[in-house]
Design a protein around this ligand. Sequence first.
Ligand code: NAD
Ligand code: DAU
Length: 343
Amino acid sequence: MSRILVTGGAGFIGSNFVRFILDRYPDYRIVNLDKLTYAGNLENLSGLEKNPHHSFIQGDICDADLVGRILEKGADVIVNFAAETHVDRSILQSADFVRTNVLGTLNLLEQARKYKVARLLQVSTDEVYGSLGPSGAFTELSPIAPNSPYAASKASADLLVRSYCKTHGFPGIITRCSNNYGPYQFPEKLIPLLISNAMAGLPLPIYGDGLNVRDWIYVRDHCAALDAVLHRGRDGEVYNVGAKQEIPNIQVARRILESLGKDENLITYVEDRPGHDRRYAIDSTKMESQLGWHAEILFEAGLRATVEWYRSNSSWMEHVRNGEYLTYYDRMYGQRQRTLAER
Ligand code: NAD
Ligand code: DAU
């Protein structure tokens, strides 16, 4: 278990996970494979450049040769975060979602089989279950009913992992987590977008009536859940991960404005997202009873810490907003600069 291939580790959850693991298991070695799409940001990994237990490779999980070469050198397990992740983008342009999320996962499965990796942890989402009415929560036995192209691509990947477990006896595990928030989240997602806009005195766009509900989990709690599954989970199983912190979007906006001392007039209702899932809620009983994990951070405390992080890391946000983060690799590793279009 001590040599981990993390894919998508320059993104939001992946980079938090890399830090979490290096902190908790100082003797582990992580190879971090990330394509550095617009969502990949090496500033999320700042401070790790010289860490001998972490090495970064810019590359695509769809690249069979590259993934094979990495595994040939030795990796006990793969934790797959790499994905196109933004629902709104998947509505406008779905092809990249199928390519990375479905074909990329298929390639990892194939290479993992070939090089006899001991475990592949597929980091999936509660969105594969679709939308809930006003009551109830998703369990691992809820039907798969994705509503967006993003969710459909993640569900397809989950089904491929499942099929490899059943057909080939492959050591795969799937986790399905609810909405994460915390440091290093790209500001296209609700919470960092609202914090960033509120700090700049810009309007806070709220889709539809603002009453869609998400079940928020602080990213560190998700990382701890993945750690538990990686070390104590059972092959072929699915584990739901959530923190039981259901909040309508409009309340999220109000709390952010309140914590920044900004006026509610900044809230601006905008056109709804097509196919907008009304409510998510996760039942994590299986994680709690079988793996002894439970979420520790309540939304109020997590949001306070998150707002504080964005406040005291304003240069991170500035670099994302002005595109400077795209040249961090070149500045750190001395290579030629790539333009946004080349990415
Ligand atoms: P993110 O968009 O912040 O990061 C995704 C990372 O994957 C980026 O660094 C990107 O460069 C990389 N990537 C994209 N395509 C790639 C490819 N073809 N090859 C290699 N790397 C590639 O995403 P996130 O929010 O950190 O989500 C990580 C994973 O967790 C995803 O699989 C997502 O579906 C899942 N998930 C996210 C949430 C959430 O609330 N953010 C909740 C549950 C599950
Ligand atoms: O549930 C897990 C999923 O959570 C992950 O699998 C996805 O990768 C992640 O993007 C997230 O999906 P959502 O669509 O729930 O997250 P998003 O931050 O895009 O939106 C959260 C809610 O806020 C949703 O109801 C839409 C709404 N919203 C979003 C944006 C960007 C707004 O009202 N205004 C906005 O500007």
